[in-house]
Design a binder for this molecule. Structure first.
Ligand code: PA5
Length: 398
């Protein structure tokens, strides 16, 4: 179950005549969306590939104590977000999935290599372009360790490459050494690649990817709701609400908000336009940023993700999830009284079906938001700018 309240704590901020300008663009935007060559993620996933992913997961479990997933940005955030969401806070770590390549921290990488030295592990390197520096450096460092532990045949059993179908150095390597590989399709960009093998293989260790996919494809029917949300955001931007704050009440949803930040930030933030996405984890941040949101510069609107049911844990005779949600409802009212427009997206519980639907909703809405800002929702030229500066500066060090 997924429910949207884009009215109760929003309507007072909206001029119905002015928002119409955006609502009326719906058919044109749907048409652009349908005709885009970057919406491959709306096509039904090949279920034979799911079987392959599950088989691969089982063979990794059979020969390894951990899987090292190397990738960054759109090749990292989605699976990490859902891994966090579906994992226990405390677990016995009988099999570990470790993420690497998201920084250039020598401390992290050297400690990881020490940690892996006496373990049997498999690597899944994920990069659509195959040229991302953080991914390449990390992969090379891990391979160096692997060469000290494994022979050629064993390496073949332990390296999985997820990349473009044809292009890039990783594809060349896969061909040369006949490594197991998966494809990130041409018509799916990094931040929209959650429902591709780039994320589904790591996620298969944490959740039922078939149900997740079912939820996602069902969620594509929430197109009108996604468009409505995009129009509200776009309208609020014109009234000076330049920042959207995603509020969650379960700490393990923090990385889901990180995924949302990439999804919306990279989609809209170009040509000097776009809403700056940020997030708070409650109740922790009510004791810090809550002050700013309530009474500070009124540039913020909020989207609350409300989970109705969680673990049945009682404290002093009261259900703690119930208390958490009373706090959520109270905070919405408080922030609204302080001039902050608030949307609420409610799901009955965290499960694969609901989260698949929620992701479909946000992915479509991000794309529609890009079109409402009249930018290309599927490129990220700004990311390329920093990459070029880094390349130039590093080559001058050589
Ligand atoms: O959304 C994007 O395209 C980026 O965040 C990329 O995913 C990120 O830069 C990693 O790129 P690649 O998968 O090519 O290594």
């Amino acid at each position: 179950m997924i429910k949207f309240d884009f009215e109760t704590y929003i309507n007072n901020f909206i001029d119905k005549n002015k928002i119409r300008e955006f609502i009326e663009k719906k058919e044109i935007i749907y048409d652009k969306f349908t005709k885009s060559n970057m919406t491959g993620w709306t096509k039904e996933f090949n279920r034979a590939l799911v079987a392959d992913i599950l088989e691969t997961r089982d063979s990794i479990r059979a020969n390894s104590q951990c899987l090292v997933v190397i990738g960054i940005g759109g090749s990292f955030l989605g699976s990490y977000a859902l891994k966090e969401m579906f994992s226990k806070y405390f677990n016995d770590k009988s099999f570990e999935v470790i993420y690497a390549g998201t920084s250039l921290s020598s401390k992290y990488l050297s400690e990881l290599i020490e940690y892996l030295r006496d373990k049997d592990f498999t690597v899944n390197v994920i990069s659509k372009s195959g040229t991302t520096m953080e991914t390449t450096l990390t992969y090379n460092a891990i391979k160096e360790l692997m060469h000290t532990k494994y022979n050629k045949e064993e390496m073949k059993e332990r390296i999985i490459i997820t990349t473009d179908k044809e292009k890039g150095i990783l594809r060349e390597e896969e061909k040369e050494f006949d490594y197991k590989s998966f494809i990130i399709p041409d018509d799916i960009g990094g931040r929209y690649s959650l429902f591709t093998p780039a994320h589904l293989l790591p996620l298969a260790f944490f959740l039922d990817i078939n149900i997740l996919l079912n939820g996602f494809y069902e969620g594509l029917s929430l197109k009108d709701e996604a468009y409505n949300y995009a129009c509200i955001r776009r309208y609020l931007f014109d009234t000076g609400k330049y920042v959207e704050n995603y509020c969650v009440y379960e700490p393990n949803l923090y990385y889901y908000t990180e995924w949302l930040k990439q999804l919306f930030g990279e989609t809209e933030g170009k040509e000097k336009k776009g809403i700056f996405p940020t997030s708070t984890v409650h109740t922790r941040d009510l004791h810090s940023l809550g002050q700013f949101i309530q009474e500070g510069n009124p540039i913020i609107f909020e989207t609350f993700i409300k989970i109705l049911n969680s673990t049945n844990f009682y404290i002093n005779g009261n259900n703690l999830t119930g208390i958490n949600n009373v706090v959520l409802d109270s905070v919405v009212k408080a922030h609204y009284s302080g001039g902050v427009p608030c949307s609420i997206i409610e799901i009955n519980e965290i499960n694969e079906e609901n989260i698949g639907k929620l992701c479909a909703f946000f992915m479509m809405s991000a794309a529609f938001s890009g079109y409402l800002f009249e930018v290309d929702p599927f490129n990220q030229p700004g990311v390329e700018v920093y990459k070029k500066f880094v390349r130039d500066n590093l080559s001058s060090l050589e």
